[in-house]
Design a protein around this ligand. Structure first.
Ligand code: AP5
Length: 240
């Protein structure tokens, strides 16, 4: 099924599932927030969901904490159960953006099966195959983006000391909260995360290319240019 032409009101449009692929620091979270805002559909970030479980000290959070601190991937079955629970909520009815999921071929196969069932109230969404957008960024740029990242613990806004600093150092422009550095953004853990990406997530691009679902966006450019290219791909991706 083809995605619809751009509706006059993007928030009335059925967008379908969008998967953002890319290395740690590629800009998945930054772009996912902009897409979510434009279309009024949820950003489903498995990293954010897992960090929330860790903060709340749930059973899943206790299992995931040490794995995340080492920069490794949380086991597929735990992550898939968490995603299933999230996708079954009614706000996914017009579409959703997956940010950081799937991350292994096993997770992608699970998602294909999950989406095959008529799980969504809006049947159109169940029939739209996910559009997979790979945000490509080189290693040096990734490193700078990850070591320079700061985020607001209250509103979730993401900053970067090199590329998009807050007006006052370490203070959120929106709500004045003190910005934090993610625990896994230390140099040692970044290097493990990049290794896990190369070993376990890179093969996903081939998986989706083989199914004709993969689109590429050059993620080295500034946020607005990447965003324009990403939105263009969502609106016209099936006809490329
Ligand atoms: P997760 O939270 O998903 O981290 P990640 O994939 O490593 O991705 P990041 O959030 O670090 O980067 P991003 O691509 O979102 O970039 P961002 O927009 O923030 O996962 C964390 C951990 O959870 C994993 O290591 C794993 O343990 C576990 N996990 C999560 N999902 C899992 C799964 N499916 N299976 C198993 N385990 C899982 O941008 C980064 C910085 O760059 C920011 O400072 C931003 O301001 C800046 N920036 C962004 N775009 C640009 C641009 N165009 N120009 C300049 N700067 C930019």
């Amino acid at each position: 099924m083809e995605r619809q032409e751009l509706a006059a009101d993007p928030k009335a449009q059925t967008v379908g599932p969008v998967i953002l692929l890319g290395a740690p620091g590629a800009g998945k979270g930054t772009q996912a927030k902009l897409i979510a805002q434009r279309y009024g559909i949820p950003q489903i970030s498995t990293g954010d969901l897992l960090r929330d479980h860790v903060t709340r000290g749930t059973e899943l959070g206790r299992k995931a904490k040490a794995v995340m601190e080492r920069g490794e991937l949380v086991p597929d079955n735990l992550v898939c159960d968490m995603v299933a629970e999230r996708l079954n909520r009614p706000d996914c009815g017009r579409g959703f953006i997956l940010d950081g999921f799937p991350r292994t071929v096993a997770q992608a196969q699970w998602l294909d099966q999950f989406l095959t069932g008529n799980l969504f109230e809006n049947k159109a969404v169940s029939k739209i195959r996910p559009l997979v957008i790979n945000i490509a960024v080189g290693y040096n740029q990734l490193w700078k983006r990850l070591t320079g990242r700061r985020s607001c613990p209250t509103c979730g806004r993401i900053y970067n000391v090199y590329f998009s600093p807050s007006r006052v150092a370490d203070i959120c422009d929106v709500d004045g909260a003190k910005l934090i550095t993610r625990r896994d953004d230390s140099e040692e853990v970044i290097s493990q995360r990049l290794k896990a990406y190369e070993r376990q997530t890179l093969p996903l691009a081939e998986y989706y290319r083989g199914q004709g679902q993969l689109r590429e966006v050059d993620g080295e450019r500034d946020v607005n240019t990447v965003s324009a290219a990403t939105l263009e791909t969502i609106e016209h991706g099936d006809r490329l």
